[in-house]
Ligand binder design. Structure first.
Ligand code: FES
Length: 159
């Protein structure tokens, strides 16, 4: 937990910095390891339960390890109307994960999010920081293949 110590040392021991610290830890490890939360608890002298409730309240924080590539499918109104469910279905078919899951090899996590502010391009999907608009199931297959996530030879092409 060397990095957690380095992160903590950057912040004064004031509770208003809690969220920033958790975000930094999340960024470093891609989730909040229990050992790191215990260090935060001791540093700020706050109950561990407070840290857990923050971790579950803020979507950007996670108690479970996340994949190397985080796929976010927008399920806001515009995207929903224009087929975001089909995108989620296709990801499920190809990677065998549902929203909230991570693939067994630790490469991909899937999440749904609310409006990403690009409704004109609905349905929208983001992988890490890269946006994809007007996504179709066929495009999902091509994109995931680029990320090395799909061995398309054994998956029957459709649509
Ligand atoms: S509803 Fe998906 S970008 Fe706005």
């Amino acid at each position: 937990m060397f990095y957690t110590k380095t992160i903590l040392n950057k912040y004064p021991k004031e509770q208003r910095y809690l969220l920033a610290v958790l975000q930094d830890i999340q960024k470093k490890y891609n989730y909040l390891p229990r050992g790191a939360l215990i260090m935060v608890q001791e540093y700020f002298d706050v109950p561990l339960s407070k840290l857990y409730s923050m971790a579950t309240f803020y979507k950007a924080l996670s108690l479970k390890p996340k994949g190397k590539y985080i796929i976010r499918v927008c399920d806001g109104t515009a995207c929903h109307i224009r087929g975001s469910a089909l995108i989620i279905d296709e990801i499920h078919r190809l990677l065998n994960i549902l929203p909230g899951d991570t693939t067994e090899d630790g490469n991909f996590s899937l999440e749904t999010v609310n409006c990403l502010g690009s409704c004109a391009l609905a349905p929208v999907m983001v992988i890490n920081d890269k946006y994809y608009g007007n996504v179709t199931p066929a495009l999902v297959r091509r994109i995931l293949k680029e990320y090395g996530g799909v061995n398309c030879e054994h998956i029957q092409e459709k649509g």
